[in-house]
Design a protein around this ligand. Structure first.
Ligand code: SF4
Length: 478
């Protein structure tokens, strides 16, 4: 009988840095110290607590516990069920940890531990984990809240599925979920160390699961949430989440981490409601958006409603590549959108990737040059370049496998430190390109321009924090 549940992120120690795992579409070992609030596990914890279960929020990574401290704590609390969110580069470590904690529970009297794994990797390859460790159940799909709720109901009614792979049985309605219990889920652990916040404390929400486009062939969360099954909370539910953060916890910046924020009437209603309730005077907002998705009028309304930070995936400056990864955007959308966004005072962040299967050095350089042009001409406030990794479950992974492009199937290597596919650009050169993203950009003229643009103490702190994290990030790719 399951009465107590631990939402666990066991410590993952590595000389490469700290595991940047929760709420992250692309896993990295990072030296930046960034942590992200795991929104869907937080919904699951809040839902199950409301149903009478005892919940342990056990993020040992964010709490900086050693493995020994974590094990000792787990033995002390003896939860009936431990659920672990995993990703490709750490799946093998999680198998080892699961075997160790299952063994411990056998050695300790009256501790009949059930272990559940969830995440994009196990959604793509559920049987692999069953074959490689003593996990009891593997959840397939990203609605961890509904999945866990259904699974535990079955376990407790004696109808636990014989097959250890568990998929959603019933249709879902996000609006029946409670407002997240931020105290239970230790929101303050994630409130400061995150470059998406200029104003702190900050926190995350997720109005949509996950992206209404949801078809880019490299995007790891399309494995969890294919775009054709996009769901969103009502505007009313989203407003309640924001009000809870503002009025009960004093949060000053909220980042909505839907893969792409819902648009159209939903966004219009959200903005008007933020203005009507004067939330725009109390909190600033951030979100992920697609180029070409919104008009000048909509960006103006977002600015008025309190939005500050908008994150875009430019991915590549080459139309052939955008078509190849099914981005469904034209390269011209980027500059047009960024001009609109900047004209109303929003602060865009742009990400690019290199290392696509057929992209030459010339094409990758074109992407990096466009990113530099954007940054230098103040069309984006921050930039990021990464090496493209095809994760299991994505159409791009299937393509690479079919065309014999994968250099390795050692999942440990899928950590964005180096390319894992055959590409016209050697892996080391790709790392060098990423490290040199800002080469030629940080000139004295540029620095003076940035200093002139400072308007407040928050601007100075944010700029310094960003520069500090950027230097740390270089270490991630070294
Ligand atoms: S637009 Fe972004 S979130 Fe949506 S599928 Fe593409 S990469 Fe993923």
């Amino acid at each position: 009988m399951v009465k107590s549940i631990s939402f666990s992120y066991p410590p993952l120690e590595s000389p490469k840095g700290t595991a940047f795992l929760s709420q992250n579409r692309q896993f990295q070992w990072t030296n930046t110290g960034n942590v992200i609030y795991p929104v869907i596990p937080a919904y699951a914890a809040s839902l199950l607590q409301n149903k009478g279960f005892k919940i342990f929020w056990d993020d040992a990574i964010a709490n900086k516990l050693t493995y020994q401290q974590w094990i000792a704590q787990l033995i002390k609390t003896k939860p009936d069920l431990v659920v672990i969110e995993t990703k490709t580069p750490v799946i093998k470590r999680h198998w080892e940890i699961i075997n160790q904690i299952k063994q411990k529970s056998l050695e300790i009297r009256n501790w009949d531990l059930v272990v559940v794994l969830m995440g994009d990797h196990v959604t793509a390859l559920p049987q692999e984990s069953i074959d490689n460790c003593k996990v009891d159940y593997v959840l397939v799909g990203g609605h961890y809240d509904f999945l866990l709720n259904e699974l535990i109901e079955l376990i407790n009614s004696g109808h636990a599925p014989k097959n250890k792979i568990y998929k959603l049985q019933k249709p879902i309605n996000l609006n029946i979920l409670p407002i997240i219990d931020r105290k239970l889920t230790q929101w303050q652990l994630y409130a400061y160390n995150n470059t998406n916040y200029k104003y702190k404390p900050g926190s995350y929400i997720m109005s949509g699961r996950d992206c209404w486009w949801g078809r880019c062939t490299f995007c790891s969360w399309t494995t969890l949430f294919p775009g054709k099954n996009f769901h969103s909370f009502s505007v009313d539910h989203t407003i309640k989440e924001i009000e809870n953060l503002v009025y009960n916890f004093g949060v000053k910046e909220v980042f909505d981490d839907s893969g792409t924020l819902p648009i159209g009437k939903w966004l219009n209603d959200l903005c008007n409601e933020l203005i009507r309730r004067r939330l725009n005077k109390k909190v600033v907002l951030g979100c992920n958006m697609r180029f070409g998705a919104l008009s000048q009028k909509e960006y103006s309304l977002m600015k008025q409603a309190g939005f500050r930070f908008i994150l875009y995936g430019l991915e590549s400056a080459n139309q052939k590549t955008l078509d190849f990864v099914n981005k469904n955007e034209k390269t011209s959308y980027a500059l047009d959108t960024l001009k609109m966004v900047k004209s109303v005072g929003l602060e865009p962040h742009v990400t690019v990737m290199i290392g696509y299967p057929h992209e030459s050095l010339k094409q990758a350089t074109k992407t990096l040059n466009l990113a530099r042009y954007i940054f230098q001409n103040n069309l984006a406030d921050s930039l990021q370049a990464t090496i493209m990794i095809p994760y299991p479950g994505t159409p791009l992974y299937n393509y690479c496998q079919k065309n014999n492009l994968l250099l390795t199937k050692n999942w440990d290597d899928y950590d964005m430190r180096q390319s894992i596919i055959k590409s016209p650009i050697p892996p080391q050169k790709q790392q060098e390109l990423v490290q040199n993203l800002f080469k030629g950009v940080i000139t004295p003229k540029f620095i003076i321009k940035k200093i002139i643009s400072i308007r407040s103490i928050a601007d100075i702190q944010h700029l310094l924090n960003y520069a500090f994290k950027y230097i740390k990030k270089l270490k991630d790719f070294s």
